[in-house]
Write a protein that binds this ligand. Structure first.
Ligand code: NAP
Length: 350
């Protein structure tokens, strides 16, 4: 498959880049601005015509959308721009994928929840209850994608950190190395996600989705797509370079295998992904300091109201990952194991 990665210079995009060479797919990495040392084509996903042109010029068959307005605090004062990037732009990508019968993998957030006082992990079908502009616009993005009818997989993730960009792990590494004391909130509960783990999960999901599409095409299955869309896929694929042969998975079946078709139809929709486990930001900070050997810093728990903010952050936004594990056979690392890997990598880089 030929895959477009948007927001490719962000945390998640940068974690997808090293997985590309061994994936069996070919990739086009794009972002709105250039970043030093990274090969990137320019693409502003708020520009629908630019998106269409890129999809046509490159023969794109799937998009992984890593671009977003991710600053939760400034989003409160920038509703229009946050909505443009988090809701309208994903719709642009979905429309472009609809037009070629392609697949959109879109990343969303645990911040679509939070307005209700949950105390059990949130499931995919739960009604969104965002508490701020970021969560609201991300929820609107999910709805806009679904409304286009394109094949889509939306992955809600949480508390993303990595070796790249700005994130809680890197901030805490710096603060615990330089400050004798630190207060961190203990009344917001969730689960950290190492962006490399998410990137690997996306590659597995992509392969499953690719097989699903190939299977439906080879077996002339209607899937949930119209015959016109399937025809568009065939024509599109005839005109584009395929990174792997179109081998029908059920070549020895003379009749369409409707049970498999049913399975494949079920892979589209919303999923939750974070690392395993549950913690507060305070616990997260404590583990960061411990793994980094910053034992001199005295970290104390505090309530959220000690850090006044315009944003009401979810008190509990743990994601239930049963669906993604069962559908794609994913084994998800425990959060402290992944955190240790990230900190080791960061210490090696220094
Ligand atoms: N970070 C978290 O804690 C977290 C938690 C849950 C879910 N998520 C979701 O996970 C996904 C990836 O997050 P991330 O942390 O990797 O994000 P990130 O590091 O902020 O990266 C986003 C990238 O998108 C780019 N971008 C901005 N405007 C664009 C436009 N108009 N067209 C194309 N690209 C544009 C950004 O460029 P600039 O930097 O130049 O603006 C940046 O390179 C997002 O959907 C986010 O909502 C993140």
């Amino acid at each position: 498959m030929k895959i477009l990665v948007t927001g490719a210079n962000g945390q998640l995009g940068r974690c997808i880049r090293p997985l590309a060479p061994d994936s069996g797919h070919s990739f086009v990495f794009t972002d709105v601005v250039e970043a030093e040392g990274l090969q990137t084509q320019m693409l502003d996903i708020t520009d629908q015509e630019a998106v269409r042109a890129m999809v046509a010029a490159e023969g794109i068959e799937a998009v992984i959308n890593c671009a977003a307005y991710t600053n939760v605090d400034t989003a409160e004062e920038n509703y229009e721009f946050a909505d443009l990037l988090n809701a309208k732009a994903p719709e642009n990508l979905a429309i472009a994928m609809c037009e070629v019968g392609g697949l959109l993998i879109h990343i969303s957030t645990d911040y679509v929840f939070g307005g209700d006082p949950y105390n059990t992990p949130c499931r995919e079908e739960q009604t969104g209850t965002p508490t701020g502009v970021y969560g609201l616009t991300k929820l609107r993005g999910e709805e806009a994608i679904a409304a286009t009818g394109c094949r889509h997989i939306i992955i809600r993730t949480a508390w993303l950190y990595s070796e790249f960009g700005k994130n809680f792990c890197k901030t805490m590494l710096q603060l615990t190395a330089t400050k004798p004391q630190l207060k961190v909130v203990f009344d917001q509960i969730g689960t950290p996600t190492y962006a490399r783990d998410l990137a690997e999960a996306i590659m597995i999901i992509l392969s499953n989705a690719n097989e699903a599409a190939d299977f439906c095409i080879q077996n002339d299955l209607p899937s949930h797509r119209s015959q016109t869309e399937l025809l568009a896929v065939r024509i599109h694929r005839m005109h584009t370079h395929r990174s792997r042969p179109l081998v029908p998975r059920a070549a020895n079946h003379s009749e369409p295998n409707t049970s498999l078709q049913k399975d494949y139809d079920h892979i589209y929709g919303i999923y939750h992904y974070s690392n395993e486990g549950v913690c507060s930001w305070y616990d997260f900070a404590r583990m960061i300091a411990e793994y980094a050997g910053h034992t001199e810093c005295d970290i104390q728990p505090c309530h959220s109201d000690e850090f006044p903010s315009k944003v009401i952050r979810p008190a509990y936004s743990v994601l239930d990952k049963t669906k993604i594990k069962e559908t794609f056979g994913l084994k998800i690392p425990y959060w402290t194991d992944s955190l240790r890997k990230c900190i080791n990598n960061l210490q090696e880089i220094q």
